[in-house]
Design a protein around this ligand. Structure first.
Ligand SMILES: NC(=O)c1ccc[n+]([C@@H]2O[C@H](COP(=O)([O-])OP(=O)(O)OC[C@H]3O[C@@H](n4cnc5c(N)ncnc54)[C@H](OP(=O)(O)O)[C@@H]3O)[C@@H](O)[C@H]2O)c1
Length: 253
């Protein structure tokens, strides 16, 4: 028996879909048949590269620049999706930012910046996506191990990801009766531009690879494959879960 995941005709939005993990998810969804809206914050050239990769799969791409934390500007994005795609089946809330500093150096501004983008944005995104969604839609949030582990300089981002995972569980329960499945993917260290904000980037990469039972770092593609599973019919009974994709790193003592 062979099983394949065919999402032909489904419409997806990936926030922060222009590079890194978001790009890998956008392209994976396109390979499975989705048309994909790619949200980004600043760099249009990266978004264009992802759009071209989506189109190379024979799918439609839509680029939309907006800070996901700016709730008042989200209707523009969903309006563009409605106009271009007519509906939305898959929302991947992947965009993240955050201040990497010791907790004792964090200001209220740092805290709000990080929380607003990484945790709070999921709520208006889901609220505004809902009118475009059917009773077989999927929401995925991308989290990190800092939600449940203490990582140096990661207090704000870790706390934001913990809030995100909790919100995922609450949304999942509220939306499950409507047929909408909400889950999260938590990834181990992935070598993307995000790591440039860590002063100990090289050490982080070497140490993570060394401590990972699977013998290598998690790659964007690994996260994208988990996302593909979660939006597929194979994951119909996955509700409010956080799947950890880290090659076993986090279960090591
Ligand atoms: N890298 C890791 O080790 C790792 C590990 C676990 C989890 N994650 C999670 O995986 C997700 C993606 O991370 P990544 O490493 O791929 O990040 P990345 O390479 O830094 O890419 C970030 C993406 O998000 C966009 N973005 C940032 N802030 C935004 C905002 N306020 N509104 C809209 N778009 C925004 C960026 O757009 P521009 O290019 O226009 O700025 C870019 O497309 C995040 O949720 C992150 O927490 C990452």
């Amino acid at each position: 028996m062979s099983v394949s995941i065919d999402l032909t005709g489904r419409k997806a939005l990936v926030t922060g879909g222009s590079r890194g993990i978001g790009r890998a998810i956008a392209v994976r969804l396109a390979q499975a048949g989705c048309d994909v809206a790619i949200n980004y914050l600043r760099n249009r050239a990266h978004a264009e590269e992802t759009a071209q990769a989506v189109e190379a799969c024979g799918r439609r791409a839509l680029m939309h620049k907006v800070n996901v934390a700016e709730e008042a500007r989200l209707p523009e994005m969903f309006g563009a999706i409605r106009e271009t795609f007519g509906r939305l089946d898959i929302l991947v809330s992947n965009a993240a930012s955050g201040v990497i500093k010791p907790a004792m150096e964090l200001t209220t501004r740092h805290w709000h910046w990080t929380m607003d983008i990484n945790a709070r944005a999921l709520l208006p995104l889901v609220q505004q996506a809902l009118p475009l969604m059917s009773d077989d839609s999927r929401v995925i949030a991308v989290s990190s191990l800092g939600a449940v582990r203490a990582i140096p300089n990661y207090a704000a981002v870790g706390a934001s990801k913990a809030a995100l995972e909790s919100l995922v569980r609450h949304l999942a329960v509220e939306l499950a009766p409507r047929g909408i499945r909400v889950n999260a993917i938590s990834a181990g260290v992935v070598d993307t531009d995000a790591l440039k904000h860590f002063s100990n980037r090289e050490q982080l990469l070497t140490e993570s690879a060394r401590r990972t039972p699977a013998g290598r770092l998690t790659e964007p593609q690994d996260v994208a494959d988990a996302a593909l599973f979660l939006v597929s019919p194979l994951a119909g009974m996955m509700v409010g879960q956080t799947i950890v994709v880290d090659g076993g790193y986090s279960i090591m003592g």
